[in-house]
Write a protein that binds this ligand. Structure first.
Ligand code: FAD
Ligand code: NAP
Ligand code: SF4
Length: 672
């Protein structure tokens, strides 16, 4: 049997889960409108078909005060039940199980009705919450219980009580946010009374044959968080109050330690869950950066937890459990923890999706169906756009040829995979290698496509995915051999000196800076070293699990430059940009804006900022100044009268990323 621990059933008394895989809660944006519940039902049904043991919905508020944002999803009235029944029926029809997550946002609520234990504004929301009265606390417990009862009526298999990530329950537990001196605040016992009462009264209301997962904050990662003895006491109390399972919560949203981005080592927090093993008898779930079956199996085999939670990995590949069980891990479309289409979208009030799987949350709209007419199609360029297009065309039954002049598939992902903390990009390349083969795509590497041969081969459709060329810069000395492009550094591995200026502070400039400051590229997979660098106390001797960060000294002195005014990195993605900025700050990278480039010579790079000149004493300059579409082949083919479809960077280089490239390739393939 493949992954025997992962596929061992879990007996919860009244129900047996078929395996140890939980799809953790993820807000998709579809929860918030009644009209979107058919789409949400299709999304969950697809994952139930994929074989996951148990799923948890995105956070649903038990009251208006508990909303995450105005008019967010809630289950507070009997007339809300029919929309939820759509989800539970769709999941049960596929043999799956689903719990509703009850989430009261407390002071994280992005609206003026928010409430909290004390009237203290959070650093990440503009609204100051109203402090709940004692009666208000009682009413809030009643709201949780009513929500759980309605969830049961709507057919859910259970609920998850969200007690972590800095939401209302966490705010009651931590002295930092709970300054009350009544029955719900003061000492630790009174601060943790709210979650214990919620679980106890919920269990009374729903009976024994209903799952209650309690999401326990096991590592707050904020000053004034809980200490370990308080966490153990709370775990035992929620068990005694009637919880069926304890799930792990890591870090409040306002924490300044990354918890799920791609540079967090795989299973980087499973050691926290392990610490709680033996303290309670109910099953424990490990979470965060678990994305492949080997990692999940190891956690279970080492008895670090009884179940594993994966949220984004099931967004990326709904068939993850079935593929693992069948021993086809090589075909898993691995979540690379980029956050670009999931969390970043949610923060922009857009529907979530997935960079590597654009069908996620669009299951009813982006359908991959067998082709009506089977055609011979050529795709030129095996970057993300071309790989996605060719493999989807193959899936639909077309006869597909994929040509790339490079010796390997992947395009720019072959540069990205070398950046420290982007090791997961190797997985996308592995996935496409196997998927292209599975779909019978004829992959021709080391071949530069040209107009004459393409015309001679007479394809029914021609797709151009030739990507980009890096933008060059022009100033005196810019033709010096010591002025390199990012391709010289990442592909040709040119030697780079101890002092370096990087021109351009976009995504690639930041990545190249991270590459150049690091001594050993593989260091980001070492959990002990990573926790030291970010100031996480693995002994949990300190409140909140924090200790002073100890970044290792940089391998080089770097200046990261941009012409525009303001802070470099301000345009990086919402949920990951701060991690990149903090990493480079820890490595003493000088980030300068409003720079004018004058010349490069033996003294270094001559620049001025607001009229003040200076010379940066650098050995090399690396140019990361953006990209231009490579349309040469497309233009030649069009001039020769061949109809072409142009996708990815070849279509538009401005604000190009792999999310757009893969989505555009997949969409085109679904239509041809
Ligand atoms: P490309 O990846 O450029 O692929 C084009 C392919 O076409 C190449 O393989 C090329 O060899 C081939 N080709 C060109 N002409 C011909 C021809 N005539 N015949 C045969 N083959 C030809 N994006 C993100 O979303 N997230 C990230 O974190 C991220 N990190 C990055 C880090 C780095 C260091 C770099 C360089 C890029 C990063 N990107 C990231 C950007 C992302 O890789 C690109 O947006 C994406 O690769 C564009 O895909 P594409 O298929 O359009 O083109
Ligand atoms: P980019 O993000 O557009 O950044 C280009 C940088 O070059 C900017 O800092 C720009 O700033 C500067 N620049 C532009 N024209 C210039 C010129 N003529 N001379 C000097 N400087 C110039 O592009 P990129 O860094 O090349 O990245 C390409 C794409 O890959 C981006 O769309 C990005 O989203 C994607 N990517 C994403 C990630 C990620 O982690 N999500 C990582 C890497 C790449 P000024 O104009 O102010 O100088
Ligand atoms: Fe994972 Fe990125 Fe997809 Fe989100 S968008 S599920 S982080 S691969």
């Amino acid at each position: 049997m493949n992954f025997p621990k992962l596929f061992t059933p879990l007996d919860l008394g009244h129900v047996t889960l078929p395996n140890r895989i939980l799809m953790g809660s993820m807000h998709t944006g579809l929860e918030d409108k009644a009209g979107d519940y058919d789409k949400l039902a299709a999304y969950f049904a697809e994952r139930a078909r994929g074989g996951v043991g148990l799923m948890v919905t995105g956070g649903i508020a038990p009251s208006i005060q508990g909303w995450l944002k105005p008019f967010g999803g809630r289950l507070t009235m009997p007339w809300h039940k029919p929309r939820h029944r759509k989800l539970t029926r769709a999941v049960h029809a596929e043999g799956g199980r689903i719990c509703l997550q009850i989430l009261h946002a407390g002071r994280y609520g992005y609206h003026p009705l928010s409430v909290a234990p004390s009237s203290i504004k959070s650093p990440i929301t503009p609204f100051t919450p109203r402090a709940l009265s004692s009666q208000g606390v009682e009413r809030t417990i009643g709201d949780f219980v009513r929500c759980a009862r309605l969830a049961r009526d709507a057919g859910y298999d259970g609920v998850e009580v969200m007690g972590s990530e800095g939401y209302l329950i966490n705010q009651f537990i931590a002295a930092r946010t709970n300054q009350r001196n009544d029955a719900w605040g003061g000492d630790a016992t009174r601060r943790m009374r709210l979650p214990v009462e919620i679980v106890r009264r919920t269990r009374e209301a729903v009976g024994r044959d209903f799952i209650i997962i309690y999401r326990l904050s096991m590592l707050d990662l904020i000053e004034g968080g809980q200490d370990w003895s308080e966490i153990v006491t709370l775990a035992r109390a929620v068990e005694a109050a009637g919880a069926s399972i304890i799930n792990t919560g890591i870090g409040w949203h306002e924490a300044r330690v990354p918890t799920i981005v791609t540079s967090v080592p795989r299973a980087g927090f499973a050691w926290v869950t392990k610490k709680l093993k033996g303290e309670v008898a109910i099953p424990l779930i490990a979470t965060n950066r678990i994305n492949m079956p080997e990692v999940a199996e190891r956690i279970l085999a080492d008895a670090e937890a009884d179940m594993v939670s994966m949220a984004r990995p099931l967004l990326a590949d709904p068939q993850w459990p079935n593929k693992a069980r069948a021993g086809r891990s090589e075909l898993i479309n691995t979540c690379i923890a980029c956050n670009q289409a999931c969390l970043d979208h949610v923060f922009q009030n857009r529907r979530a999706s997935c960079l590597v799987n654009p069908r996620a949350c669009h299951e009813t709209e982006l359908k991959i169906e067998p082709a009506g007419v089977r055609k011979r199609i050529v795709v030129i360029g095996a970057g993300p756009a071309g790989m996605a297009c060719a493999s989807t065309l193959g899936q639909r039954g077309h006869t597909v040829t994929l040509i790339d002049r490079a010796a390997e598939i992947g395009g720019q992902f072959n540069y990205a995979k070398q950046i420290p903390g982007k090791e997961e990009f190797h997985e996308t390349l592995r996935y496409f290698r196997h998927r292209l083969s599975e779909q019978g795509v004829d992959v021709q590497l080391g071949r530069t496509a040209d107009t004459a041969s393409l015309r001679a081969e007479g394809y029914d459709e021609v797709v151009i995915a030739t990507g980009i060329t890096p933008r060059t810069v022009s100033f005196p000395g810019s033709d010096d051999p010591r002025v390199l492009s990012y391709i010289d550094v990442l592909a040709r591995h040119c030697r780079v000196g101890a002092n370096v200026a990087i021109i351009g502070a976009g995504g690639i400039g930041f990545d190249v800076a991270e590459y150049l400051v690091e001594h050993e590229p593989s260091s980001t997979t070492d959990i002990a070293r990573w926790t030291r660098e970010w100031g996480v106390d693995m002994q949990l001797a300190q409140r909140g699990g924090l200790q002073p960060a100890q970044p290792e000294p940089p391998a080089r002195k770097i200046w990261l430059l941009q012409r525009s005014e303001g802070r470099p990195g301000a345009r990086l993605n919402k949920t990951t940009g701060w991690v990149h900025r903090a990493t480079l700050k820890g490595k003493h990278v000088q980030m300068l804006g409003h720079v004018v480039y004058h010349r490069f010579d033996d003294q270094g790079l001559h620049i001025s900022i607001d009229g003040a000149s200076q010379v940066l004493p650098v050995d090399h300059v690396v140019v990361c100044a953006g990209q231009e579409p490579d349309r040469q082949l497309a233009d030649e083919l069009v001039a020769a009268g061949v109809k072409v479809h142009v996708i990815g960077g070849a279509d538009l280089a401005t604000e190009l990323d792999a999310k757009r490239a893969i989505a555009q390739g997949t969409r085109l393939a679904s239509e041809l």
